[in-house]
Structures are given as structure tokens and as C-alpha cells.
Write a protein that binds this ligand. Structure first.
Ligand code: KIV
Length: 261
């Protein structure tokens, strides 16, 4: 399949050595602000589960929830590439993965993302063969956090590094247009980025990737109860909100009561 324009543009950016920027959005105003800011990729991530819906992790997010939020984001996006996550157990087989991907595309996504490497080649091929672009996601896989027992760095041992390189090559060969490398040791992330012709988008994987993605709430300090170690927040929106809420509460309580009738 010939890559369509936005995917081809990301590949060109890699070739030119221009870093790719990607952030998450789950609602209309955030997506509109991101789109206007010039970010390359907006991801409706299943991190939705934690930072918006209040779940413990991504394993409870449903396709209906992803569709709902993808619709809201798609109303705002006119320029960036809009990618939506396939939630857990919606792509267990190639047939499931294609059906689920079509729902996200129907909600306005231009591409879908799924977690898995060698193990998910049939799913990636099924979606790509149907003309839907796929972003792969390898390394630490949040949908497997319960089996993994936490968010741990991947690629520290030679066997893990070899498995990751195999995963990266497999998703490229299967037709993915880009691959997220999540919490992969920096030297392995760099090696994978050098080995692939599709862009790598890192999260907590050092600065050797072709681009960088973050959960927007982490970047802007909108989820103050937990911030991953690798994130350097650029704002403290939670503090601004608390201050505004407090100002409203104070000014309302201090206002002259209306005379009794
Ligand atoms: O769900 C998500 O937000 C992700 C990341 C790569 C940021 O998958």
C-alpha cells in the first residue's frame, strides 16, 4: 500500500532529521488548542481511562468510550494527524481488529494504534490491507500492566533488547507507518530508530527516537496525583484550576446576601 500524505510526511520528517511531535487529547477544547499549536500528531490514547475517566489503568477502557472521545476530538482537528487507540481485547483476532479499527475511523480517526510487536503482525496486516493506517506500540505495553506488575523499563537485558528489535522490524514489515517505543532503554530505542525507515515515537525512551509523545495531562500538570518520572511538566494547570475554584468560592461566599423578602 502507498502511504497517504500525512504518513508520508512523517517519514519525510524522519529522513530530514526533523523531530515529530505528538500529544494526546480526549476532548474538543484540548484537541483544538493542540491542533492550533502545530503539533504533528494528536492521539486519542486509551490513557483516557486514567486521566479522564478515573480508572486505575487502561484495561477497563471500552471501544464505545474511545469512539465517543474520538468523535469529540475529530470535530476540532483540521491539520494534525488524528490517531485513536484500539482498546484492550478489541483486536484479539485479525477480524476483531479490522471491525474495531473501522469504528474508530468512522468516528473521525485517520489511523489507529495498537499494542504489540511480532505477536500482532496478523492484526496489523489485516487493518493495513483494508487501507487503514496503523501506528504500532512496543516496549512497555500499558494494556499488559497487570501481567507485567507495573510500568517497567524494557530492553535492559540482551534478550529483551533482541526481542524489541525483532518487534520493531516485524511491525515495520507488517505495514505500520510509525511505532511508539514506550519506556525502552535509551540505547535500544536509538538502535531501533536507526534500523527502521518508519519513524519511532518515544515516550520515556531517551532522545534517540524520531519523535516524542506525551500524555497532555502529564505535560501540563493536569493530573497532579501521578506524574511519570520521565515527564518534565511545562505548566501547572491543576494549581491554576484550584486557584480559580477557590477565588470563585471565596467571592461568592463573601458577596452581600440578598435581602430577605
Ligand atoms: O494511551 C496513550 O496515551 C498512549 C501513549 C503512547 C501516550 O498510548
Amino acid at each position: 500500500m502507498v502511504a497517504s500524505a500525512p504518513m508520508q510526511e512523517l517519514r519525510e520528517k524522519k529522513r530530514r532529521g526533523e523531530r515529530i511531535t505528538a500529544l494526546t487529547a480526549y476532548d474538543y477544547p484540548t484537541a483544538r488548542l493542540l491542533d492550533e499549536s502545530g503539533v504533528d500528531v494528536i492521539l486519542v490514547g486509551d490513557s483516557l481511562g486514567m486521566v479522564v475517566l478515573g480508572y486505575e489503568d487502561t484495561t477497563q477502557v471500552t471501544l464505545a468510550e474511545m469512539v465517543h472521545h474520538t468523535r469529540a476530538v475529530s470535530r476540532a482537528v483540521t491539520r494534525a494527524l488524528l490517531v485513536a487507540d484500539l482498546p484492550i481485547h478489541t483486536y484479539d483476532t485479525p477480524g476483531d481488529s479490522l471491525r474495531s479499527a473501522r469504528e474508530l475511523i468512522g468516528a473521525g480517526a485517520q489511523a489507529v494504534k495498537l499494542e504489540g510487536g511480532v505477536s500482532h503482525v496478523p492484526q496489523i496486516e489485516a487493518i493495513v490491507d483494508a487501507g487503514i493506517p496503523v501506528m504500532a506500540h512496543i516496549g512497555m505495553l500499558p494494556q499488559s500492566v497487570r501481567e507485567e506488575g507495573g510500568y517497567k523499563v524494557k530492553g535492559r537485558t540482551p534478550s529483551e533488547a533482541e526481542a524489541l528489535i525483532n518487534d520493531a522490524r516485524a511491525v515495520e514489515a507488517a505495514g505500520a507507518f510509525a511505532v511508539v517505543l514506550e519506556i525502552v532503554s535509551a540505547n535500544v530505542a536509538r538502535e531501533i530508530s536507526d534500523a527502521l525507515s518508519i519513524p519511532t515515537i518515544g515516550i520515556g525512551s531517551g532522545d534517540g527516537c524520531d519523535g516524542e509523545i506525551l500524555v497532555t495531562h502529564d505535560l501540563i500538570g493536569l493530573f497532579p496525583w501521578f506524574t511519570p518520572k520521565f515527564v518534565k511538566p511545562e505548566a501547572n494547570v491543576a494549581a491554576e484550576m484550584r486557584a480559580a475554584f477557590q477565588a470563585f468560592i471565596n467571592r461568592t461566599r463573601q458577596a452581600q446576601p440578598r435581602p430577605q423578602v
